[in-house]
Design a protein around this ligand. Sequence first.
Ligand SMILES: Nc1ncnc2c1ncn2[C@@H]1O[C@H](COP(=O)(O)OP(=O)(O)OP(=O)(O)O)[C@@H](O)[C@H]1O
Ligand SMILES: [Mg+2]
Length: 276
Amino acid sequence: MGTIAIVSRKGGSGKSTLATNLASYLARRNDSVTLGDLDHQQSMRVWLSRRPSAAPRIVGWLGDSGGLARPLIGTQHLILDTPGGLHGLGLAKVVMAADANLLPVAGSVFDRESASDCWNELRAHPKVASGRCRVAALGMRLDGRTGAGEITEDWAASVGLPYIGALRAAQVYVRAVENGISIFDMPETVTQVDRLQWLPILAWVDPVLGQGLNEGGPTDTAQASARVVPLRPITTAPVAPAVAASVGSAHPAGDSGSSSGPPWLRWLPGFLKRRR
Ligand SMILES: Nc1ncnc2c1ncn2[C@@H]1O[C@H](COP(=O)(O)OP(=O)(O)OP(=O)(O)O)[C@@H](O)[C@H]1O
Ligand SMILES: [Mg+2]
C-alpha cells in the first residue's frame, strides 16, 4: 500500500480539495483507493456522503493516528487528509505512516511562512532525512494574474523544498467538492486547463505510490511514471506534456484572462520542460 498524506499547518490551504481530487483520479483508473481522514471536521466523510453512486468507488476511513501503523487490507493507495496545525507527535505519526507528504501552499506570505515552519519540522524527521518519506510542495489556489506561481516556486527553492507544480484558483474545484466529485469526474471541456496543471503533480505522485516505500522492495521509477494514465476519463487519447505548450493561447474555461493568457500559462510549459 502506498500512502500519501496531505499536510499543511495552515487552515484552508486546500488539503481536502487536494486529497479528494487525488483520490478520485486514482479511483478513476480503477485502482483501489481509501481516503483517510484524520481531521475532526471529517470533510472526507462529508464529501464521500455526497458522492454519486455512479462515480468510481472510494472507500472512506475515519482514521485515528494510532491506527495508522496498520496497513488497510485490499487498498492499493491511502490518501490521507489531515487537520490544520498538525505538528509534534501527530505530525511524526503521519510521517511514519506515509510514503510521501504533499504540502499545498496558497499564495500569501503567511502561507509560505507557515509552510516553511512545517517543512523545517518535517526535514528534521529521520524518515524524511533518509528519503524514506518524500516531501514536496505545490502551489494551491494561485491567482495566475499575480505571478504567485513564480513567487511560490522561488520560495520553495529558497528553503530547499521540492516544488512539483501549482493549481490555479478555479470554481470547478468548489463545484466539485459541493457534489462529492473531483475535476476528473467532470467534463473535460470545463476542466482541460486544470487537468494540465495536474500533470507534473501526478508524474511525481505516481512513482511514490508504485514504489510503496513503506513496504521496501525495488523501485522502477520509469515504469511507475508510465502508469500515469491520460487525464481524459471520458475519451482515451493521452494528453502529452507538449499539449501544455499548445494551449498557451487558450483562455482557461470559466476564469478570466488577458488577451495573451494568464501568466501561469506562459510559466507551465517551461516548468514541464525543466522537469523532463
Ligand atoms: N484550487 C482551488 N480553487 C478554488 N477554490 C479552492 C481551490 N482549492 C481549495 N479551494 C477552496 O478553498 C476552501 C478551502 O479548501 P479546503 O477545504 O480544501 O482547505 P483545507 O486545507 O482542507 O481546510 P481545513 O484546514 O479547514 O481542513 C474551500 O472552500 C475550497 O473549495
Ligand atoms: Mg480540510
